[in-house]
Design a protein around this ligand. Structure first.
Ligand code: NAI
Length: 405
């Protein structure tokens, strides 16, 4: 029997032994992956009472791929992820040098991973820079392909740059300063509607209270302003009776509806600090979403614990959100929490939610008991600092124990 995920009428079918490609990543990636894989296998075994299993399949990207194949993102890797529909990856070195793209951005574009989803929730025991971190429970839906982040840029001094400059002068009557770099910011109706629909579907499925559209439309009217307009229009058109506006939320006949509201991005950065309990699902264009997700991660203990997933049509890649941490690579110091929680998202995605919950419980319980990696030591009172391997061993012990029965 095939061990491959398949789709029938849009429904995902997952065999009991499922092949999932992994990219272990560069720098701390291999240690992080080894620790996480051991926890994943223990969680699946326990949750399924031995009836389910992941056959992990290594695929290459970034530095490891370049060393072995001469390519930063081999075609084989892209094909394997398409074929198996789901993958997990560690952090990847961004190649340095003109004309070489970030492998993460290349993966996103090659596989059309249009949504980046980052849940942000505090784990009890982790010290946070805010007074009430337990009030933070948000999920950021970031459009992943458009905006100024799409990589359409022209360096100062190039022929293309001169042509763009001339075109701008012709269209606007303005002459821009010499030696200016240019990048194109574009936001489409289709892209905005797609991310809003994902956010709405998630909010409905998980009974969330509100969806907040984050934008800077007061200044960038035809990009971020249109994003806001198109998101509201979609909510009204496709989810009419299920949603209401913030101004209607107190009316008795609106009880139980999902409140669709919007905030200007700069205000939103204040809101998540001052009024976190008022926010739930957030939907953002690419650049603001990038900033906001990392700021939110910091509010609940940093990137070492922040999971993420990138979603396209029938394909998803889950990823540790931190970088390759070259300063601690090879020293058994890395906190695998981000990859562990990304794995939990992956298991939720394929319908193995019991395994996902076990991973989350094991992580929460281990941290609550004060067993942490060095990066969290200063955060957790009375912490017992352990290396990556022993941290994973503590999680596995919890998973195998009666405590989680
Ligand atoms: P970084 O996240 O690798 O490191 C920043 C600091 O945080 C370092 O002091 C590091 O030791 C620490 N740190 C990060 N993750 C940690 C963890 N899980 N446990 C304990 N400590 C941790 O960011 P940096 O130095 O800016 O980037 C290094 C490389 O990683 C660059 O090539 C960058 O492009 C790449 N990168 C890749 C990402 C990805 O593949 N998703 C994301 C961010 C950066």
């Amino acid at each position: 029997m095939s061990s491959k995920i398949s789709f029938q009428d849009g429904k995902m079918l997952v065999p009991d032994t499922v092949t999932i490609p992994f990219i272990e990543g560069d720098g701390v990636g291999p240690e992080c992956w080894a620790a996480s894989k051991a926890v994943f296998d223990a969680a699946v075994e326990r949750a399924s009472r031995g009836t389910k299993k992941v056959a992990w399949k290594e695929v290459l990207a970034a530095e490891k791929a370049f060393k072995q194949t001469g390519e930063w993102l081999p075609e084989e890797t892209v094909e394997a992820i398409k074929h198996y529909h789901v993958a997990i990856k560690g952090p990847l070195t961004t190649p340095v040098g003109e004309g070489i793209r970030s492998v993460n951005v290349a993966l996103r574009h090659t596989l059309s991973l249009h949504a980046c989803i980052r849940p942000v929730k505090w784990i009890a025991g982790v010290t946070s820079p805010v007074r009430r971190p337990e009030l933070v429970d948000m999920v950021v839906f970031r459009e992943n392909m458009e905006d100024i982040y799409a990589g359409i840029e022209w360096a100062a001094g190039t022929q293309e740059n001169a042509e763009i400059s001339a075109c701008i002068s012709r269209l606007t009557g303005k002459t821009l300063p010499e030696e200016s770099g240019f990048g194109i910011k574009y936001i489409s109706r289709a892209g905005s509607e797609r991310i809003m629909r994902e956010a709405m579907e998630f909010a409905i499925r998980h009974k969330r209270r509100s969806v907040t559209i984050v934008h800077k439309g007061n200044i960038m009217k035809y990009t971020e302003g249109s994003f806001k307009k198109w998101c509201y229009e979609l909510a009204k058109r496709e989810y009419g009776e299920l949603v209401c506006l913030e101004s209607e939320a107190n009316q008795p006949d609106m009880a139980g509806r999902i409140v669709v509201k919007d905030r200007i991005a700069d205000n939103m950065f204040q809101q998540v600090l001052i009024n976190p309990a008022m926010y739930d699902v957030l939907v953002t264009p690419n650049l603001n979403g990038d900033y906001l997700s990392d700021a939110l991660a910091a509010q609940v203990g940093g990137l070492g614990l922040a999971p993420g997933g990138n979603f396209g049509h029938e394909v998803a890649i889950f990823e540790a959100t931190h970088g390759t941490a070259p300063d601690i690579a090879g020293k058994d110091l890395v906190n695998p929490g981000s990859m562990l929680l990304s794995g939990a998202m992956l298991f939720d995605h394929i319908g193995w939610s019991e395994a996902a919950e076990l991973i989350r419980q094991a992580l929460a319980s281990t941290v609550r008991n004060g067993i942490v990696t060095g990066d969290l030591a200063k955060e957790v009172e009375g912490a017992q600092v352990v290396g990556t391997t022993d941290f994973a061993a503590a999680l596995i012990e919890f998973i195998k124990s009666e405590a989680c029965a």
